[in-house]
Write a protein that binds this ligand. Structure first.
Ligand SMILES: N=c1c2ncn([C@@H]3O[C@H](COP(=O)(O)OP(=O)(O)OP(=O)(O)O)[C@@H](O)[C@H]3O)c2ncn1[C@@H]1O[C@H](COP(=O)(O)O)[C@@H](O)[C@H]1O
Length: 170
């Protein structure tokens, strides 16, 4: 599990009893250490995204940019993303499934910080999987955007073979 930025010393609270404490605080931009950056140009290209991350305006599109650069670098010595991608879509999908399970466990049995951390792991692995399959995140966002024209309940009711409201046996 990835660690978030450490807080300034003055804001560190007493240790919790949670087996996997995951603080949600964030360092000021100049001290942020949540994202590892290389000095090499290919990987250092995501420096603007790092600055953005540390100002709490980070987006999934920013993460996609970093992930794409790491995969393109092919640097399996320095990059977990490159290592993950090199093992192929099946392996990334398996990791995504594990992260999904950990997110579910965090949702039902752990604290908010754990759920936030597991959710970040889950989204990261999803972004890597989409990149490995060469599917732009924009395609997923477009699909989500398309769905805003209809409620989930209306969409489900419109599916062929779905019983009309009030006629279900459940
Ligand atoms: N957001 C993430 C991120 N979230 C989780 N992880 C990594 O995902 C890995 C898997 O987590 P697990 O807890 O499952 O660890 P594990 O079971 O020991 O993993 P395995 O060795 O079995 O694969 C860990 O190494 C985490 O560090 C991430 N690795 C990278 N990123 C982002 O990707 C960028 C590039 O990272 P690198 O490719 O490593 O340079 C980073 O700057 C971040 O922005």
């Amino acid at each position: 599990m990835r660690r978030p930025c450490s807080p300034p010393r003055s804001s560190i609270s007493a240790p919790t009893r949670s087996p996997r404490p995951r603080p949600t605080w964030h360092r000021p931009a100049s001290r942020c250490g949540s994202i590892r950056l290389s000095r090499r140009p290919s990987i250092g290209a995501d420096r603007p995204a790092h600055r953005k991350a540390c100002s709490l305006q980070f987006t999934l599109a920013d993460l996609e940019t970093i992930v794409a650069a790491r995969i393109a670098s092919g640097d399996t010595q320095a990059s977990y993303t490159a290592t993950l991608a090199a093992r192929g879509a099946k392996h990334v999908a398996k990791k995504l499934g594990e992260e999904a399970s950990e997110t579910v466990i965090a949702a039902v049995a752990e604290d908010d910080a754990s759920l936030v951390a597991e959710s970040a792991d889950l989204l990261y692995h999803l972004v890597v999987l989409l990149q490995v399959r060469q599917i732009p995140l924009a395609d997923v966002m477009a699909e989500l955007g398309r769905r805003t024209s209809q409620s989930g309940i209306a969409e489900k009711a419109a599916r062929p073979g779905t019983p009309k409201a009030g006629t279900s046996s459940e």
